[in-house]
Design a protein around this ligand. Structure first.
Ligand SMILES: Nc1nc2c(ncn2[C@@H]2O[C@H](COP(=O)(O)OP(=O)(O)OP(=O)(O)O)[C@@H](O)[C@H]2O)c(=O)[nH]1
Length: 413
């Protein structure tokens, strides 16, 4: 049970005064009884009381003086290896709120401090503490292991030293705004190890307040998520790519085409869409087998993919049908590319089932985006042009004219 220091001191002082008074009164009584008194008899009664009060006085003095004699740990600093190191009080990360403990006196024993320090030093998550001027004051063992730096290379520097340069400036702006307003920031950031290798970290950064409620430090708890990120990227890639050809699958193609359509509408930029279909593909399949058919599909997809710019989107729209989205491209440019593609594909030779070379040709229809077009309309227009190219004898390119868009199929350009 803990006694309040103040009450106990008052009690001890009162006991001291009482015992001293009783002792003096008795001494007085003895002297009053027989003049100078019987030194032996009077002394016998007085000594125990006076002795007890002296002991009490010693206890009171020791009680008052003891705190002043304790070992100096008065101005501990973060991250020191010396005994008495104090860490700022942690913030409850779960609620996102910063509790205000500034009015609470928390007596912390040396033993408890050592325990806290060991827990933070050897925590499995990487932990970094920066001061409110953005200088690193503490990193734990896991942080050193993840970053590859030594403590000497890190302390006193800015956390910017770990940045890989890929994180957008808005992310950092949001981070500072959040923590300076006293809230916890969470996010994923790409950093660089000392070896130069990039790695992804999931971070929670929370402000720490001093006893006056001022933000004095920031503590960052960081988890290396590079492996998980890699798996996610792989899965995303798998979900977007056509397994046979390696180009965008139908779903991803439509997503990207819709993005480009919206961009063209918003900024009034040109956009063209090509639909490419292998001619007489059923015959290739029937005469040479599906493996040779697949080979033809792969060759055509590859030729399309390497013939366009990086901003263009090439995807497999159906079995032997491909769509190419050309942002910022006028009809003349689209026609030029379509003609070039048709010729390049016609030059492809694949080996048939009998070992003899097989020629592959394509028909191409294309349409230019017009303001107000939905993606379905654009696709349907290119498909109508492709249909016309097929009916013209195949291995040719047909553009959608305004006429063709308004009227039912009947004329070609
Ligand atoms: N080998 C292979 N064949 C496929 C694949 N997807 C679709 N096909 C086949 O492609 C053929 C397409 O035939 P059609 O639509 O009649 O077209 P086509 O024979 O090329 O005739 P035109 O387009 O009019 O020149 C069908 O036989 C499908 O089974 C695929 O991934 N691999």
């Amino acid at each position: 049970m803990a006694f309040p220091r103040k009450s106990l001191t008052i009690f001890l002082v009162a006991a001291f005064v009482l015992l001293t008074a009783v002792g003096l009164w008795m001494l007085d009584g003895v002297f009053a009884a027989d003049g100078f008194g019987d030194a032996a008899g009077g002394g016998n009664i007085f000594v125990p009381f006076f002795g007890l009060s002296i002991v009490l006085l010693a206890v009171v003095v020791a009680w008052a003086v003891w705190p002043l004699l304790r070992p100096a740990g008065a101005s501990p600093h973060i991250g020191s290896d010396e005994p008495g190191t104090v860490f700022p009080r942690p913030v409850d990360l779960s609620s996102g709120e910063i509790p205000d403990f500034s009015h609470v006196e928390i007596p912390v024993s040396e033993y408890a401090l050592e325990t806290y320090k060991a827990a933070v030093d050897h925590a499995p998550a990487a932990i970094m503490i920066t001061n409110n001027r953005g200088r690193i004051e503490y990193v734990n063992e896991a942080f050193l292991k993840t970053s590859g730096y030594s403590r000497r290379e890190i302390l006193g520097r800015s956390p910017a030293m770990f940045g890989a340069g890929h994180t957008r400036s808005e992310v950092y702006a949001d981070l500072w705004q959040t923590i300076l307003s006293g809230r916890v920031w969470r996010g994923e950031v790409c950093n660089r190890r000392k070896s130069g290798e990039e790695y992804w970290e999931n971070m929670a950064i929370s402000p720490l307040r001093d006893r006056f409620g001022r933000v004095s430090h920031f503590v960052a708890v960081r988890e290396d998520i590079t492996e998980r990120k890699g798996r996610e990227d792989g899965l995303r890639q798998l979900a977007q790519v056509d397994a046979l050809t390696g180009i965008a699958n139908r779903r991803h193609l439509i997503e990207r085409a819709e993005q480009e359509r919206r961009r063209a509408e918003r900024f009034g930029q040109p956009l063209a869409l090509l639909m490419v279909d292998i001619d007489y593909f059923k015959t290739i399949n029937d005469e040479h087998g599906h493996a040779v058919g697949d080979q033809a599909i792969r060759m055509v997809a590859q030729t399309c993919a390497v013939s366009v710019r990086e901003i263009d989107v090439v995807g497999r729209y159906g079995g032997e049908e491909f769509v190419i989205v050309l942002p910022g491209t006028l009809p003349e440019g689209a026609r030029e590319l379509a003609d070039r593609l048709r010729q390049q594909i016609a030059a492809i030779e694949i080996v048939g089932a009998d070992g003899a070379p097989i020629g592959v040709t394509v028909s191409i229809g294309f349409a230019a985006f017009e303001s107000g077009d939905e993606l379905e309309q654009l696709l349907a227009a290119a498909d109508a042009a492709l249909y016309r190219a097929k009916s013209l004898g195949r291995n040719c390119v047909v553009a959608v004219t305004d006429f063709l868009r308004r009227e039912p199929p009947g004329d070609v350009q």
